[in-house]
Design a protein around this ligand. Structure first.
Ligand SMILES: NC(=O)c1ccc[n+]([C@@H]2O[C@H](COP(=O)([O-])OP(=O)(O)OC[C@H]3O[C@@H](n4cnc5c(N)ncnc54)[C@H](OP(=O)(O)O)[C@@H]3O)[C@@H](O)[C@H]2O)c1
Length: 216
């Protein structure tokens, strides 16, 4: 099992997952594109994460997390260096949210329905093993979520079965029920779950919910 995690992205998702991995005994390097944020990031991880550039995080991680703004994800991957991601599991948390404002609480995406952001990223870094995860739940519930004993479902997909098994192990450690939706094209269905998840929040109904897949 890989123990070194590189996180490309310094926002609330990058910080939350950094602290989650540290809590679960992983070593973490978190990368930012803005040098002036480094001290703040050290403070936000109680000095326990190493902090560097996107490239530093990509080089450090045996498993890499991509947690940048969707519209900047391809640029972030290029800054991280696709060669630093070759053969590695890359957990893609990002969603293709457009800069245009939501319409009555419905986010707008910059990808068409028959394409996903993760497919674009896979083309930009063809040797990385992308797995979509953490994209369909709010950051407050990414690590050890407490829904009165019920585990939220985390929908994942990707082309490499070994990487999906690695991500499944992490997600189960973090308290999620994992639903593997298949190959990378399924990101076309998983990424829009963020639109659905955000509607109650954007319409004033709160953000304290998660998806659950019922099975029998
Ligand atoms: N917030 C949530 O609860 C949540 C839940 C599920 C999924 N997601 C997804 O997770 C991703 C991260 O979300 P977030 O809320 O943590 O923060 P965010 O504001 O979407 O992303 C912050 C990161 O994006 C980078 N970034 C922004 N513009 C850039 C640009 N032009 N070039 C290069 N890098 C740029 C920032 O770089 P610097 O380091 O230089 O500042 C920072 O590392 C998003 O794709 C979001 O859709 C978010």
């Amino acid at each position: 099992m890989s123990s070194k995690i590189g996180i490309i992205g310094s926002g609330i998702v990058g910080q939350t997952l950094a602290n989650g991995f540290i809590k679960h005994s992983y070593q973490v390097t978190i990368g930012t594109n803005t040098a002036s944020k480094r001290d703040e990031l050290r403070a936000k991880t109680n000095g326990q994460a190493m902090v560097g550039t996107f490239e530093d995080a990509a080089q450090f991680g045996e498993v890499v997390v991509l947690a940048t703004k969707g519209i900047a994800a391809e640029a972030a991957l290029n800054a991280a260096g696709p060669r630093n991601l070759a053969g590695k599991t890359v957990i893609d948390t990002s969603n293709p949210i457009a800069d245009a404002p939501p319409v009555n609480g419905v986010l707008q995406y910059f990808t068409p329905q028959n394409e996903s952001l993760m497919e674009r990223l896979q083309k930009a870094a063809p040797d990385a093993r992308f797995v979509k995860a953490f994209s369909c739940i709010g950051n407050a519930y990414m690590v050890d979520p407490d829904f009165n004993g019920q585990k939220p479902t985390m929908f994942i997909c990707g082309n490499n079965d070994q990487s999906k098994a690695e991500v499944r192990t992490i997600l189960e450690q973090f308290g999620h029920d994992v639903a593997d939706m298949g190959t990378i094209e399924s990101a076309r269905a998983i990424e829009p779950l963020c639109v659905l998840w955000c509607i109650p929040g954007l319409r004033g109904g709160g953000w304290n919910h998660a998806f659950k897949l019922l099975r029998k």
